[in-house]
Design a binder for this molecule. Structure first.
Ligand code: SAM
Length: 186
C-alpha cells in the first residue's frame, strides 16, 4: 500500500478534527489553490445520522447518533474568545468587523456563531495562494454577515460574485486572493 501511495505521487491528505487546529498546525501559508467550505449555518438545529441499512440499532428512536450541533450560544468562553480576537489575535479589519457586529447584534447566538467563524476564515485566507479562490456556501440566515466578514478579510475588492440566493436555498460567494480570479456558482 505504501509503495502504491509513493508510486502514484499522491500528496493529498485528509484531516479529521477541528479545522482551526488543522489549519494552524498543518497547512502552510499561501499553499492552497482552492477552498470550498460548507460550514454550519447557525440553523439552531442538531443533525443526526440514521442507521437503517445495517441494523446497527433496531430501535428506531435510538437508531441515530448526533452528527453535529448547529446551535450557538453566547457564553463566558465565547466572550473570552471575542476579547482575545479584538485585542490583537485577529487582524484589525476583522476585529473591527466583530466589534461592529457586537454593536449591531448584541451578545447573542448570531454573534457567537460569527466569533466561531472569524478565526477560521482568517486562517483560510492565510493558507490561500495569491492566485487562489475561496467559495463559501451558506444560507440566508448568516450570509450577509459572512460576506461582510470575508470582505474585511480579503478586502472588498477581493469579492467575486458575492452572495446570491436562489429559491432561498443556495447562497454562494467567491473571494479571490490578491490576484486571483474565479467564476461564480449559483
Ligand atoms: C453544513 S454541514 C456540511 C455538511 C457536508 N457538506 C455534507 O454534505 O455532509 C457543516 C459541517 O461542518 C462540520 N464542522 C463544524 N465545525 C467544525 C470544525 N470546527 N472543524 C471541522 N468541521 C466542523 C460539521 O461537523 C458538519 O459536518
Amino acid at each position: 500500500m505504501r509503495a502504491l501511495w509513493q508510486s502514484c505521487h499522491v500528496t493529498n491528505r485528509l484531516f479529521y478534527g477541528d479545522n482551526l487546529d488543522v489549519l494552524r498546525q498543518h497547512v502552510p501559508a499561501a499553499s492552497v489553490d482552492f477552498v470550498y467550505l460548507d460550514p454550519p449555518f447557525n440553523s439552531n438545529r442538531s443533525y443526526n445520522v440514521i442507521f437503517n441499512r445495517h441494523d446497527v440499532m433496531r430501535d428506531a428512536d435510538s437508531a441515530q447518533i448526533q452528527a453535529f450541533d448547529d446551535t450557538w450560544r453566547w457564553t463566558p468562553v465565547t466572550d473570552q474568545q471575542y476579547s482575545e480576537y479584538i485585542s490583537g489575535e485577529l487582524p484589525n479589519g476583522v476585529a473591527d468587523a466583530l466589534a461592529a457586529f457586537r454593536t449591531l447584534l448584541g451578545e447573542n447566538d448570531a454573534l457567537a456563531y460569527l466569533v466561531n467563524m472569524a478565526p477560521r476564515l482568517v486562517e483560510l485566507h492565510r493558507v490561500l495562494k495569491s492566485t487562489g479562490t475561496l467559495y463559501l456556501h451558506c444560507d440566508p440566515t448568516m450570509s450577509h454577515y459572512l460576506k461582510v466578514m470575508l470582505d474585511a478579510i480579503f478586502g472588498a475588492s477581493g469579492s467575486i460574485g458575492g452572495c446570491n440566493t436562489a429559491g432561498g436555498l443556495v447562497n454562494e460567494g467567491g473571494w479571490g486572493g490578491a490576484s486571483g480570479s474565479a467564476g461564480y456558482v449559483e
